[in-house]
Design a protein around this ligand. Structure first.
Ligand SMILES: *[C@@H]1O[C@H](CO)[C@@H](O)[C@H](O)[C@H]1NC(C)=O
Ligand SMILES: *[C@@H]1O[C@H](CO)[C@@H](O)[C@H](O)[C@H]1NC(C)=O
Ligand SMILES: *[C@@H]1O[C@H](CO)[C@@H](O)[C@H](O)[C@H]1NC(C)=O
Ligand SMILES: *[C@@H]1O[C@H](CO)[C@@H](O)[C@H](O)[C@H]1NC(C)=O
Ligand SMILES: *[C@@H]1O[C@H](CO)[C@@H](O)[C@H](O)[C@H]1NC(C)=O
Ligand SMILES: *[C@@H]1O[C@H](CO)[C@@H](O)[C@H](O)[C@H]1NC(C)=O
Ligand SMILES: *[C@@H]1O[C@H](CO)[C@@H](O)[C@H](O)[C@H]1NC(C)=O
Length: 486
């Protein structure tokens, strides 16, 4: 029987405690010079969306599409675990007021409200697209947040008392949004309660240093060597689930040379696109909203795919093709017509219009979906392209790690959302830049492909191993490979 939770924890390389908010005492200025932090990411296998008993053999190959990456965080008295989400900007955890009926099964410690400094405001945060929407709501308050040994006093977060978000069944007590201030409902609620209005955006932007998302506050404190953070899930040659994900803060991972990354600017959102309006003190600024970048082209097995012809909504650009970089998304989402093109190419019998359409293909069929970014190709490891099988043999797999999503709209300009299969194939580094004056220091993202040259051969090897091992009960290695590593 396979473990339900297969979590990896890296040890901390640094443990310091310092104050981070705007009011940094000058006595701490010396701390500016420390290099950076490695924050351990725990990876667990999602269970909630899986069919029960799957690992005993009913569904064949494991499915890696529900992996959730999480980090430990201390909030006041409570040490818990939160999902790492580059696709949103707020920090929330379930609180002790989140009862079973409003929260379902919570699998990590809930925040104990004993030292909660309530702001008096509350918020409802919404997640997902039109088909996967969930919410989390509760009072906003302050407590000390400690991440990788960095303690940030009086940090705002939501002590959630009601949620439909499945992360709480999947090993996390909440979500740690790494996005930009413009996407933070918490910052907006706290500033609005204090200033009465978010228009003009002067107070909102100035409030970033005090009430903004945790990592952006740390970055803006100028106490890190660099305002960069990076997320990686490294692969070793054979890949039997022993590698751990890493979040670095203030530096790139050890041994990674910045010049090997491809850096591209973050797509900015003007007010008509759902972004912030410029403040009176910087009337020409356009602000970042999401960790989103332009895509030059999407390729399947080396062939350039036609663009989507599905119209954008709300008057936003129909032609610009961009992608959200989203660790909170366990799969790849793209335009429905392009996704159908991909699936019918790899699985000629696939019929997108049938009710329970699944794209089946031989497990050994190595297909490479690649995204061209900044002139470079970033392939998804062929082993991440496939997922579990409905057949009771190890020969048939599904291409279910890629699904269709909504066209661009106000506040969500992207055609693609590159989730964990992409993140597992690529080291991604994130620079917030100057949060109040992005034109001075623009936000940017760097990419480095980590797909081994022999990825296709490794796929064949893994399938061969499983098949020669016999039935599913004895294909532990194979299940490890497909359930837990990719
Ligand atoms: C991954 O995490 C596990 C569990 O904490 C640890 O035993 C192992 O040494 C880590 N592996 C690497 C390569 O750091
Ligand atoms: C409570 O939060 C407010 C911000 O709303 C802050 O000014 C105050 O210092 C906090 N009090 C404590 C005891 O942390
Ligand atoms: C949840 O928090 C909100 C906002 O503070 C509050 O109005 C509501 O009564 C709380 N609900 C529960 C079930 O505790
Ligand atoms: C916000 O900050 C800017 C620049 O630092 C300053 O000029 C302005 O007065 C501040 N506005 C508010 C409303 O705090
Ligand atoms: C890495 O290089 C890019 C592109 O030259 C630059 O924008 C960024 O600041 C550099 N980051 C670090 C951590 O040196
Ligand atoms: C897709 O659209 C982009 C932006 O308009 C364009 O640069 C690119 O050439 C198009 N790709 C194809 C395959 O037509
Ligand atoms: C951002 O740029 C503005 C304008 O140049 C500057 O005043 C401010 O200090 C910068 N912020 C940070 C955190 O460096």
């Amino acid at each position: 029987m396979l473990p339900v939770i297969f979590a990896f924890v890296l040890t901390l390389t640094t443990s310091v405690s310092l104050a981070v908010p705007v009011t940094v005492p000058s006595s701490l200025a010396v701390q500016k010079r420390f290099g950076g932090f490695d924050i351990p990411i725990q990876r667990v296998r999602s269970n909630s969306l899986r069919r029960r008993g799957d690992v005993s053999g009913e569904i064949g190959l494991g499915d890696d599409s529900d992996l959730l990456y999480s980090v430990p965080i201390q909030l006041g008295p409570t040490l818990t675990v939160v999902q790492l989400d580059t696709g949103s900007s707020d920090l929330w955890v379930t609180s002790s007021a989140c009862t079973a009926t409003t929260c379902g099964t919570i699998s990590s410690p809930s925040y104990q409200l004993s030292s909660f400094n309530a702001s008096g405001s509350s918020v409802t945060m919404n997640y997902g697209d039109s088909t996967t929407g969930t919410h989390a709501s509760g009072p906003i308050g302050f407590d000390t947040a400690t991440l990788a040994g960095i303690a940030i006093p009086v940090h705002p977060f939501t002590a959630v008392n009601s949620t439909t978000n499945t992360v709480i069944q999947d090993g996390a007590a909440g979500i740690f949004g790494l996005g930009f201030p413009a996407g933070s409902d918490i910052q907006a609620a706290v500033v609005q309660a204090q200033s009465g209005s978010l228009d003009p955006t002067d107070s909102f932007l100035n409030g970033t240093y005090q009430y903004g998302p945790l990592l952006s506050r740390i970055a803006a404190s100028n106490q890190l060597e660099s305002d960069v953070f990076s997320i990686s899930l490294q692969r070793s040659a054979i890949d039997v689930g022993i590698d751990n994900g890493t979040l670095t803060l203030g530096k790139l991972p050890d041994g990674v040379d910045n010049s090997t990354l491809t850096w591209v600017p973050v797509r900015l959102y003007d007010a008509s696109e759902g972004g912030l309006s410029a403040p009176t003190f910087a009337p020409n600024e356009v602000y970042p909203f999401r960790w989103e970048i332009d895509i030059d082209g999407v390729y399947l097995d080396g062939k350039l795919l036609a663009n989507s012809t599905i119209p954008a909504t709300g008057g936003v650009s129909n032609t610009r093709v961009s992608a959200l970089i989203d660790t909170g998304n366990s799969i790849i989402r793209g335009p429905t017509d392009v996704v159908n093109n991909v699936l019918t190419t790899v699985s000629p019998n696939y019929n997108p219009s049938s009710a329970n359409a699944v794209a089946e293909l031989p497990c050994t069929a190595a297909h490479t979906l690649a995204f061209q970014i900044g002139g470079q190709m970033f392939p998804i490891d062929p082993r991440d392209f496939i997922s579990d099988s409905t057949a009771t043999n190890t020969k048939t797999c599904q291409a279910s790690n890629i699904v269709g999503t909504d066209p661009p709209s106000v506040g969500a300009l992207f055609r693609w959302s590159l989730g964990d299969p992409f993140m597992k194939s690529t080291l991604v580094a994130f620079h917030y830049g100057n949060l109040t004056h992005p034109s001075v220091d623009p936000p940017r993202i760097g990419f480095l492909s980590t797909v081994p040259a022999d990825a296709s051969a490794l796929l064949t090897q893994a399938v061969d191993d499983a098949q020669s091992a016999g039935g599913f009960q004895s294909t532990l290695l194979f299940l490890y490979l497909f359930c837990y590593h990719f």
